[in-house]
Ligand binder design. Structure first.
Ligand SMILES: [Zn+2]
Length: 688
């Protein structure tokens, strides 16, 4: 059940926008705060929007802002147009009706066609950002009259008020993500929130129906305008039958409606990707298929460039601002990692008009064992996980203005498999920018993204193995996670070593301990459309496995034997050989799976001694090899100073149930038939 602070403001098949009592986050107790924060995060992840009530902004303040907003939009059109946006980056100023791009389409001609078909967007808007940005001035009407000055004063004050709320919402997102609640502070304290005034002019009913399809109209007609609830928008992914800001319009009051919207630009692209790796082969999913086709054609054009070298109209560069991408926790629990950066566009020679600048977050998977040998399509698959359209309409980049920067950000979802370079399969990520100028020339930029995962370290794992028919038990303690680089301790205790009778005893002496770490890889090689028949249809693949040893050692000393207690104790260090290019644990939806085991082999020799003189031992000649194995979790180190929730209870995956039961296939005993170990025995006996 949802907590009382959370209800649904909008609920339809594809869209649910939660209505959240923000006071539950600001002044609730710890659990209420956390559930509220999680609901806020989920709202942003699922719908892209949330509504807040009890947000702490006084009603009088909201009303005054609305009043000024209404007065502003009543100004003559010519006046308003003097306050238009100067550049998309400025994100400040007036937008007349029909100017905002409200579609996913990229091509300018397609957008025009869609506008002609559906009618232009009816709303006009005014964006206000942080005051005093030299390159991005706010566009104030204060030069026209006193009302203009009053408008500026009210909006500046309200923008500041909203900045505080913005910070609180970002805190809530941090709490929802399970990271430090001040994590975003330094990203937001500059006040980069946008105050957006929207105005939906009065329209005739027929126009409304054309603009909004009938189903939506029925859906929204009972809803009232948005304030004093506050709408936080994070760039809702639109589908063709969704309204941009649905609840802001209601049929009953299709007269003048003003809406104040607060945008958090740093989170503009905070969406779930539409195409998961797991859906790669869902050929009945139309959307998926389209994207796949687009992806393929994209890479087709990207293939060999014409021999004639043409000077590209722009140079592209990229600055990443976010720390390296590290998911904390397994695919089920990791909340993801935020990337942010700036795409740099510099005209090469003279002014240039760019029609589109699109960037894709791509995942490339390859298999070394393709279904059809040497078929590139069978070998490698590219999936677009996300895309950014930087331009809503063609834009001129002036040579005199030099390099211009287009900011971007995205929450990379934590369920994605980390970058992996296995023996059979690989997974890589990149940002791929394609910029097209008005004369059809294309410039590309590709930047590799390293995505890593760090499983949370928990308590050490204790495991017990028995070796029937002997009375021997081996207790092993291992770290819950180990790393590709660096040593880790293995603590062993063997019990049941001594078997005492009335006058004599037999006992097992540990002669040799061998450990090795094995990496086990499984990969499902997919088939391209052309070769799908070879594997029995599209979506199927061929499974391959590959095991290899990535670390081993043999020890003959280093443990303490206490025959009176019947116990042998030792601790030794083990490590993966980093030259073997070990891979971290992964279990990807495309079938690439890598796991690790530690195999321990003990060679024990039996000896006999009188109870009165236990030091005078005689070998009986019997020897055994005991073998057992343990799962290892190989993962990156959780460095980077990112704190995670330490209250997370440890998991004890490998601790046997109590009382423990032992699976025979975990252990193995056989006769020793190796090299003679007597020589070692003499040497060792002297030490004890
Ligand atoms: Zn093929």
């Amino acid at each position: 059940m949802k907590p009382s602070a959370i209800s649904s403001a909008v609920s339809s098949d594809n869209l649910e926008i939660p209505l959240i009592d923000f006071s539950a986050f600001v002044s609730g107790d710890a659990p209420t705060r956390r559930t509220t924060a999680q609901a806020i995060l989920e709202g942003f992840q699922a719908a892209g929007f949330i509504y807040l009530r009890n947000h702490g902004i006084p009603k009088s303040d909201v009303q005054a802002t609305f009043a000024e907003s209404q007065k502003f939009f009543k100004r003559p059109q010519a006046q308003k147009e003097l306050l238009c946006w100067t550049t998309p980056e400025a994100n400040r100023g007036y937008s007349q009706p029909g100017r905002e791009k409200t579609t996913d389409l990229i091509d300018a001609a397609d957008i025009e066609a869609k506008r002609a078909e559906e009618g232009a967007d009816l709303k006009e808007s005014m964006e206000i950002g942080r005051e005093g940005e030299p390159d991005h001035p706010n566009q104030w009407p204060d030069r026209f009259d006193d009302d203009g000055q009053a408008f500026k004063k009210q909006m500046l004050a309200f923008h500041d008020t909203c900045k505080t709320l913005h910070g609180q919402v970002m805190s809530a997102i941090a709490v929802g993500l399970g990271i430090d609640e001040h994590y975003f502070d330094s990203f937001c304290d500059g006040g980069d929130n946008t105050l957006r005034l929207l105005h939906y002019p009065e329209v005739r009913h027929e126009v409304f129906v054309k603009n909004v399809n009938q189903a939506d109209e029925d859906q929204w007609q009972d809803l009232t305008p948005v304030m004093p609830t506050t709408l936080f928008g994070l760039g809702l992914k639109r589908s063709s039958n969704q309204l941009d800001y649905p609840p802001a319009i209601s049929r009953k009051q299709s007269s003048t409606t003003a809406v104040v919207e607060l945008k958090t630009p740093s989170m503009e692209h905070f969406k779930r990707p539409n195409i998961g790796l797991g859906k790669k082969h869902a050929s009945n999913d139309k959307r998926d298929k389209q994207s796949k086709e687009r992806s393929q054609s994209k890479h087709k054009d990207a293939a060999p460039a014409p021999a004639k070298a043409v000077m590209k109209p722009v140079k592209l560069g990229m600055i990443m601002e976010s720390p390296p991408i590290l998911f904390l926790g397994g695919p089920q629990e990791a909340t993801g990692a935020i990337i942010s950066g700036r795409l740099q566009v510099s005209p090469s020679a003279g002014d240039v008009v760019m029609n589109t600048i699109v960037m894709y977050l791509e995942c490339t998977t390859t298999t070394a064992r393709p279904v059809e040998a040497r078929c590139r399509e069978c070998m490698s698959t590219v999936t677009d996980l996300y895309e950014w359209n930087f331009l809503s309409k063609p834009k001129t980049f002036k040579a005199t203005e030099g390099t211009q920067e287009l900011p971007f950000s995205h929450l990379i979802p934590g369920h994605l498999p980390a970058l992996t370079h296995g023996q059979i399969g690989t997974i890589d990520y990149s940002l791929h920018v394609r910029a097209k100028s008005s004369d059809g020339q294309e410039t590309e930029l590709r930047r590799e993204l390293i995505i890593q995962r760090a499983l949370r370290p928990g308590n050490d794992k204790n495991s017990v193995r028995i070796f029937p028919p002997t009375d021997l038990s081996l207790h092993v303690t291992l770290p819950s996670v180990i790393h590709p680089i660096g040593e880790f301790p293995i603590t062993c205790r063997m019990t049941g070593v001594t078997n005492k009778r009335n006058d004599t005893q037999t006992r097992w002496r540990l002669r040799k301990l061998t450990w090795r770490i094995e990496e086990k890889e499984t990969m499902v090689s997919p088939a391209c459309a052309k070769h799908a028949a070879k594997v029995g249809g599209e979506g199927k693949g061929v499974q391959h496995t590959h095991d290899r040893e990535i670390g081993t050692d043999e020890l003959k000393v280093g443990w303490k034997t206490d025959f009176s207690d019947g116990q042998i104790d030792g601790e030794f260090m083990a490590a993966i050989n980093s030259a073997a290019k070990p891979q971290c644990e992964v279990d990807a939806p495309n079938g690439l799976k890598i796991s690790h085991i530690l195999v321990i082999e003990l060679v024990i020799a039996e000896e006999w001694a009188p109870n009165k003189k236990p030091d005078q031992a005689t070998p009986t000649g019997a020897a055994r090899v005991l073998r057992t194995q343990f799962n290892l979790h190989v993962t990156e180190r959780a460095g980077m100073g990112i704190s995670w929730d330490d209250e997370m209870p440890p998991t004890y995956e490998d601790v046997p149930a109590s009382p423990p039961h032992y699976q025979a296939d975990h252990t193995f005993v056989r006769e020793y038939d190796g090299e003679d170990i007597r020589g070692d025995m003499e040497q060792l006996t002297l030490e004890h």
